[in-house]
Design a protein around this ligand. Structure first.
Ligand SMILES: *Cc1c(COP(=O)(O)O)cnc(C)c1O
Length: 404
């Protein structure tokens, strides 16, 4: 079959999904007149529901999953002069949030099997100024929370879980976002739980929760006047509209998690059998993988297929929306490499090794950027049998004739 004929013609499930629940919830907010405010009933209802889902003591909503990271660090007093260890295979926000609080991101390489932070690289990156580690649960698979929590506890470092890919993911049966001092969440439109935009923090620490609430609401405290401002936060409040949509989506999340797991099981098994294709490893302690992405390695040197970009274009033509993922390690962005940030506020010094961002040696991340394919999570909301369309398309796009 020539690769110009799509394997898949039927559309994949769309994202975001909605039904009458969203429309009804929005209508209620519209008619209530309670459109905003940290105490709006729709906002409080979502915070309670999400805390219940996670089995966390506190959930504090905010405008997005970038600001949530900034609030978490500010609440713990992390700022100028501090270093925060982050992975290089992640979205910008994981590291830019560190700069926003005037601390310096230090990049530690990832594990070649899971693309999550390599705990040994984290240990090697710890210095006298290190104050925290931000672990990303890449693609929805928990980072090694046993070792990361142990390392942080021994070294007196804070652990923040950037859980933007991992709504509902679990490690040894416990939901992510409840292992570190803070879990950080994004509800941006592409994420597995979305209010269009939005973010949140989860924590079991009452004092950190109160500080985060204060920062999120212009530094105000409960029991004081609206014009009493105690700390340097901002207006980072979620709207009641977003909260209402999020509550409707949350009710559907458990069923979606199960579907994505069932589809990923087929892909893991069948793709692994193809030449030059290697799905990411699944840690035995990952009890729920949230599959924000389905990522696999593509090695044309093993299959004789076309280069990565062409392979993805061929997959798209065949009806499978594949992309090459993060194209380069995050520290190679001009923001970091050219130090286009407040060098003075971050206490950066020329002799400060970790900030020579363009010279960092991150071989595992480099390789991941060069050979990884991503499939979006909504594809995994199809029926497990439909994953054969993906498998057949990957087999066609990756074979030697396709590159000829
Ligand atoms: C999406 C994302 C964020 C930031 O979320 P926004 O809500 O878009 O600000 C942070 N970290 C990771 C890993 C993400 O994918």
């Amino acid at each position: 079959m020539p690769t110009s004929n799509p394997v898949r013609v039927k559309p994949w499930p769309s994202w975001p999904l909605h039904d009458t629940a969203e429309a009804e919830a929005l209508r209620q907010v519209v008619e209530s007149g309670e459109w905003n405010g940290v105490d709006a009933s729709a906002v409080l209802a979502f915070e309670r529901a999400y805390a219940g889902f996670l089995d966390a003591e506190h959930v504090i909503t905010c405008t997005n999953g970038t600001v949530s990271l900034e609030i978490a660090m500010t609440a713990m007093g992390i700022g100028s002069g501090d270093e925060v260890i982050v992975p290089p295979y992640t979205f910008l926000a994981t590291a830019s949030a560190v700069l926003k609080v005037n601390a310096l991101p230090v990049f530690a390489d990832i594990d070649p099997g899971t693309y999550n932070l390599d705990p040994d690289a984290v240990v090697a990156a710890i210095g006298p100024r290190t104050s925290a580690v931000i672990a990303v649960h890449f693609a929805g698979q928990p980072a090694d929370l046993d070792r990361l929590r142990d390392i942080c506890a021994r070294q007196g470092l804070a652990l923040i879980e950037d859980s933007a890919h991992a709504h509902g993911a679990a490690w040894n049966g416990q939901l992510v976002g409840t292992f570190g001092q803070f879990g950080s969440w994004s509800f941006q439109g592409s994420k597995n739980l979305t209010g269009g935009e939005g973010g949140a923090l989860s924590t079991d620490d009452a004092l950190l929760a109160a500080t985060a609430r204060e920062l999120r609401n212009c530094g105000r405290r409960p029991g004081f006047d609206w014009y009493d401002h105690f700390s340097l936060g901002g207006n980072w409040r979620l709207t009641a509209f977003q909260a209402a949509v999020l509550s409707a989506g949350l009710a559907r999340l458990p069923e979606q998690l199960a579907r994505r797991e069932a589809c990923a099981e087929v892909l893991d098994r069948e793709l692994a059998a193809l030449p030059g294709i290697a799905p990411l490893a699944r840690d035995a302690r990952t009890t729920v993988h949230a599959h924000h992405l389905y990522a696999f390695r593509y090695r044309p040197e093993e299959s004789g297929g076309p280069p990565l970009e062409e392979f993805c274009t061929a997959l798209q033509r065949l009806g499978v929306p594949a992309t090459p993922g993060y194209p380069r390690p995050l520290p190679r962005q001009p923001l970091f490499a050219e130090r286009n940030f407040d060098v003075k506020a971050t206490a950066w010094r020329p002799e400060h090794q970790p900030t020579r961002y363009d010279e960092l040696n991150l071989p595992v991340c480099e390789r991941a950027c060069a050979e990884t394919v991503w499939l979006p999570h909504n594809l995994l909301l199809a029926d497990p049998e439909e994953m054969w369309d993906v498998v057949n398309a990957v087999a066609l796009a990756g074979n030697a004739e396709a590159s000829a």
